[in-house]
Design a protein around this ligand. Structure first.
Ligand code: ADP
Ligand code: MG
Ligand code: ZN
Length: 477
């Protein structure tokens, strides 16, 4: 694809994310909802679809669905279940119980770290299918000698979150899923583990002439198991569709499969329409109508969402929400906020948290906000140089002690007094007449050499900023 061609088109993406709920038991029976167990051990007549068995709705799954709806700013409404009819061996009833035109959550949105809002069309409840494994022939059904089916996953509760077609790039698609995952984890509804299939993403991709408002014909891509493959699949599919349109062909609406090894999508089947599924209301379940009291209890029990946490930290640290997104993602915002609350310098607190603390998650779990605030303050007031403060923090993270003053004293980290430092700087100037002349002539690069020499002579105890100041004083007479 030429850069010109890429400039003439824009991509439009809508995502469907299936989220497995972290309930103890399945959606309509008492079987355990657990990942990675011996196949076909968590099954019963209900989730195997045996004749005469009847579903009983899991209350906790409704609560989780409502939490997700609240967190995504949805309208939470009375809803009903439908049967979505189709045949596949991993779906023992030959229909999936899902929600169709009266979903529990609709018309919401989520906010990306950069402030852009993406509409959420709906977030409805449904049951998961079992899992088939095709044996022999590299896992492909066409070349397989036989297939195995595990029904442990059949009937696990899901919420499917459907976005509006408002995502404008592969990068933004990844940001959306990453934000959604953080929200789902914050609600307590999901463990967010993409690698265990707790979160599964289908991407609807179309392209249109840049600036146009009509939607192009879309393809739906399945089988992306990570944020990385989501990004790659969308990039590939965008290029494929632009190439087709540029050469005068058209895009055919279909479902496509992402092949991670080959790095491309390939046609799987033509797109089903709603008609093909013969939806009808599930006669074995009553309508679901959570009362106001339950909805209020759910609303009150929600922890702050990532966007709220970004805003809170950004305002305390006088910066932008996007600048603190990573700290919130790493769950370090509480530490920094507490340190700022205890009087620590916001800029230094942010830097030490984002670098030293973030690099050591185990140590971070041990670190108290109070001692973190103290080490930051030692640095901010010049009692420790940046280098020394990093070393003290490293010792605290390693579990040596949570008393930064004691560690500093043990290491002999005393702030050098100014006259001692001046004396060392003067010695170094005297020993390096050539570089000193260059410094006097205005070459700023040689100051690094002087700082290095002073550091060496003082075993790192000197404050680099103080050395620079003394060099300037000596130069300016
Ligand atoms: P289905 O259930 O058949 O997949 P939906 O109408 O529920 O169809 O749409 C599913 C997803 O496809 C939604 O996320 C929606 O935003 C997205 N979508 C619909 N049309 C387009 C399009 N032309 N380009 C990109 N995404 C689209
Ligand atoms: Mg779809
Ligand atoms: Zn069961």
């Amino acid at each position: 694809m030429s850069p010109d061609a890429a400039g003439r088109w824009e991509v439009v993406i809508g995502l469907e994310v299936h989220c497995e709920l972290r309930t103890e038991t399945k959606l309509f029976c008492g079987c355990r909802n657990a990942f990675g167990e011996e196949p076909n051990t968590n099954v019963c007549p209900v989730c195997l679809g045996l004749p005469g068995s009847l579903p009983v709705l899991n209350r906790q799954s409704v609560e989780y669905a409502m939490r997700i709806g609240e967190a995504l700013h949805c309208d939470i409404r009375p809803s009903i279940f439908h049967r979505k009819n189709y045949f596949y061996p991993d779906m023992p009833k030959d229909y999936q119980v899902s929600q169709y035109d009266e979903p529990i959550n609709s018309d919401g949105w989520l906010e990306l770290p950069n402030g852009k809002r993406i509409g959420v069309t709906r977030a409805h409840m449904e049951e998961d299918t079992g899992k088939s494994t095709h044996m022999g022939g590299g896992g492909r059904i066409g070349d397989a000698t036989h297939s195995l089916v595990d029904y442990n996953r059949a009937g696990v509760p899901l919420v499917e979150i459907v976005s509006e077609p408002e995502i404008g790039s592969a990068e933004e698609a990844r940001a959306y899923v990453s934000e959604l995952r953080a929200i789902l984890v914050a609600t307590g509804a999901s463990d967010g583990k993409m690698e265990e299939g707790s979160l599964r993403v289908d991407a609807n991709v179309s392209v249109r002439p840049r600036g146009s408002t009509a939607l192009g014909t879309r393809c739906e891509i399945k089988n992306m198991n990570s944020l990385r493959s989501l990004g790659r699949a969308v990039e590939y599919e965008t290029g494929r569709q632009i190439d087709l349109l540029e050469s005068g062909d058209r895009v055919v609406q279909e479902t496509r499969h992402w092949n991670e090894d080959e790095g491309r999508t390939s046609s799987m089947r033509s797109k089903e329409e709603a008609d093909d599924y013969r939806y009808f209301p599930e006669p074995d379940l009553v309508p679901l109508a959570p009362d106001d009291q339950w909805r209020k209890a759910v609303r009150d029990s929600l922890a702050p969402m990532p966007s709220d946490r970004r805003r809170a930290l950004a305002s305390a640290a006088h910066t932008e929400p996007a600048a603190v997104a990573l700290l919130v993602e790493q769950d370090l915002d509480g530490l920094v906020l507490a340190a700022i609350g205890a009087g620590a310098d916001p800029r230094i607190a942010l830097n030490r948290a984002a670098n030293e603390v973030a690099a050591d998650p185990d140590g971070a779990a041990r670190l108290s906000a109070e001692s973190f605030a103290r080490v930051v303050t030692l640095e901010a007031t010049g009692k420790l140089t940046a280098t020394q403060s990093k070393q003290v923090l490293a010792a605290m993270l390693a579990g040596e002690s949570d008393d930064p003053e004691a560690i500093a004293e043990d290491r002999g980290f005393e702030a050098m007094d100014t006259s001692a430092l001046q004396a060392v700087v003067d010695q170094v100037i005297e020993a390096n007449p050539g570089p000193w002349q260059r410094f006097l002539d205005g070459d700023p690069k040689v100051s690094g050499l002087f700082i290095g020499q002073v550091m060496k002579k003082t075993q790192g105890q000197a404050d680099g900023k103080a050395v620079t100041r003394i060099l300037q004083e000596r130069r300016d007479g």
